[in-house]
Design a protein around this ligand. Structure first.
Ligand code: FE
Ligand code: FE
Ligand code: ZN
Length: 278
């Protein structure tokens, strides 16, 4: 069975998210570690974490994904903004040690006119500071659409980060279908070629999770606007084929489509059905 789910609101805590996921047929989910604006975070509730761990195991849940606030910028030119990313990400990682089987996904950042090399230096510096050899959580770099000056628009840019991180056994990649499509990787007509490329440049062993989204924009548009599954320019067939691939279907797959809970439930059901008929 696919490990398939969607993005959920974290406002009521871990156990609540687990229950909500189960109620819509999901066996994974993603959540923001804190409010993307203002970075407010709930007090760490270790009882809730423990209750979730138990519930999730009992219900056969798979790996889940924590998403760092997308407003962080680990490679800002402003040292205060970099320091904020450092503080928040280390605090998130400390908290996530109480949750079983969780990945920590983040957007590498935007270099804003400093150039991708300088941006990469800052991201590497931050990861070398915050990743501890003893932590359980694997940190994931998300593949980006290349909007503005985003770092991570090519597989090579992600590879350049991974190469220089000391504890890189704790570092992997989360592939976002909308982002790579907008970034110019043609998963509609040449998914084989794209995944060969991924394997050659990054290595399939670094791929830990997938964000499954259709795209409102066209191949190589560098835009990043998610669309409902089947309503965008990637389309249902390509997305179903993509998650049916042997190297993808074993990973946690998370929908980040513009949806409410009933909409997610329907997408999950539809995708499970489509893949089982592949
Ligand atoms: Fe993201
Ligand atoms: Fe994403
Ligand atoms: Zn996106």
């Amino acid at each position: 069975m696919l490990t398939l789910g969607c993005h959920l609101s974290a406002s009521k805590g871990f156990l609540s998210m687990g229950e909500e996921a189960v109620s819509i047929g999901a066996n994974t989910f993603q959540f923001f570690t804190r409010n993307p604006r203002g970075f407010k975070v709930k007090e760490l509730d270790t009882d809730d974490c423990a209750a979730f761990n138990k519930y999730w195991e009992e219900h056969g849940g798979g790996r889940i994904v924590a998403h760092a606030p997308y407003t962080l910028n680990a490679c800002s030119a402003d040292p205060h903004i970099r320091e904020l990313a450092h503080m928040i990400m280390s605090d998130d990682l400390m908290r996530l040690e109480y949750v079983s089987g969780v990945y920590y996904n983040f957007h590498p950042g935007s270099h804003v006119k400093q150039g991708v090399e300088v941006g990469t230096d800052y991201i590497v510096e931050l990861l070398n500071d915050i990743i501890k050899p003893e932590q359980k959580t694997i940190v994931l770099l998300e593949t980006m659409a290349g909007k503005g000056s985003e770092v991570g628009r090519t597989f090579e840019e992600l590879r350049a980060i991974i190469d220089r991180v000391e504890h890189s056994d704790k570092l992997g990649v989360c592939l976002d279908t909308c982002h790579i499509f907008d970034g110019g990787y043609d998963i509609v007509n040449d998914a084989d070629g794209v995944m060969e490329q991924f394997d050659k440049v990054i290595g399939l062993d670094r791929l830990y999770a997938v964000h499954l989204n259709d795209s409102k924009n066209t191949l190589g548009s560098h835009k990043d606007r998610h669309e409902l599954i089947g309503e965008g320019n990637i389309g249902l067939d390509a997305l179903v084929s993509f998650i049916s691939r042997p190297e993808i279907r074993k990973l946690p797959i998370v929908l980040e489509t513009p949806n409410d809970i009933p909409g997610y439930k329907a997408e999950i059901e539809m995708l499970r059905n489509a893949v089982s008929h592949k």
